[in-house]
Design a protein around this ligand. Sequence first.
Ligand SMILES: NC(=O)c1ccc[n+]([C@@H]2O[C@H](COP(=O)([O-])OP(=O)(O)OC[C@H]3O[C@@H](n4cnc5c(N)ncnc54)[C@H](OP(=O)(O)O)[C@@H]3O)[C@@H](O)[C@H]2O)c1
Length: 314
Amino acid sequence: MFESSDPRMTRIPLNHGVGHMPVLGFGTLIPDAAVTITATRDALEAGFRHFDCAERYGNEREVGRALQAGSAAGEIAREDIFVTTKLWNSNHRPERVEPAFEASLERLGLNYLDLYLIHTPFAFQPGDDQDPRDENGDVLYDHDVTLLDTWKAMENLVDHGECRAIGLSDITLDTLKPLYESARIKPAVVEVESHPYLPETELLGFCKEKGIVFLAFAPLGHGMKPGLMEDPVISAIATRVGKTPAQVLLAWAVQRGTALLTTPKSAARAKENFDISPLPEDALGEINRIQTRQRLNPVVNTGVGGFLPKAAGA
Ligand SMILES: NC(=O)c1ccc[n+]([C@@H]2O[C@H](COP(=O)([O-])OP(=O)(O)OC[C@H]3O[C@@H](n4cnc5c(N)ncnc54)[C@H](OP(=O)(O)O)[C@@H]3O)[C@@H](O)[C@H]2O)c1
């Protein structure tokens, strides 16, 4: 499946037939605008070529500026960078999809996207309020649009050449299967929470069988403490192989055949998270035998992210 045995160089071909996704992705869910710019620049300098954005993160403009400045300084061509962004829940009505896509493109300062994802399978009340609520504070869902309706509008974007690939995020296998069956253009990528405490083995198996890239977020467990990076199995392997716990977790993700997203916010951590190398087989086996099971992000159940910065009002 992979082009190279060096995880840093590895890119996965997409099933739409156009483009390759670098397995090591930099996530841009960063609440602070200034930190978004410095962290994106540092990630580019460290070697990251895959950038995961979203209209909901509220910082596409800053990411775009950092990518342009960093690419110019490093003489990096647009084709050498893989950029994803995501359609938010309040834009699921088919007539809202292309305008939302165009607005993201404009904010990012790009003329095409490598990948556009439906951020969650939950449709919210259509409109400019990203977090529509009733008087009790409950989310206002939109029951007059199906995921397939939205998907068809996404397919049109591919037809028009505006984005190279489309996919889904925060989706379960039960929701993915019927969409996959009905889709004219099959999803190229599925972005979900995954780490040793949430291996999502069944979903990963389905993705491998269908040639869908499984893109793991929270590979470091969102950095929560205590958490994955303090797990005794991970720490012991890190000591044994002379890597940090973060590097062990990222290597495990790549070696089991997933792409990943991580969000280092300093130059030193960007270098650390990019500088991974394959783990020995016995270490992979030890991690696979970890019994703890924990989902950190409730977004898959409600469409409301535990991932949203407080400043975004969530
Ligand atoms: N589709 C979705 O619904 C969804 C949901 C969540 C996230 N995402 C995407 O996934 C990306 C990744 O986010 P994540 O939270 O899942 O990333 P993560 O890399 O698992 O966790 C980030 C946290 O780990 C810490 N960290 C990063 N590198 C470290 C290292 N080498 N050593 C120790 N701590 C380290 C960071 O700390 P510092 O802040 O101190 O640097 C931060 O607190 C997001 O930016 C976003 O693009 C998508």
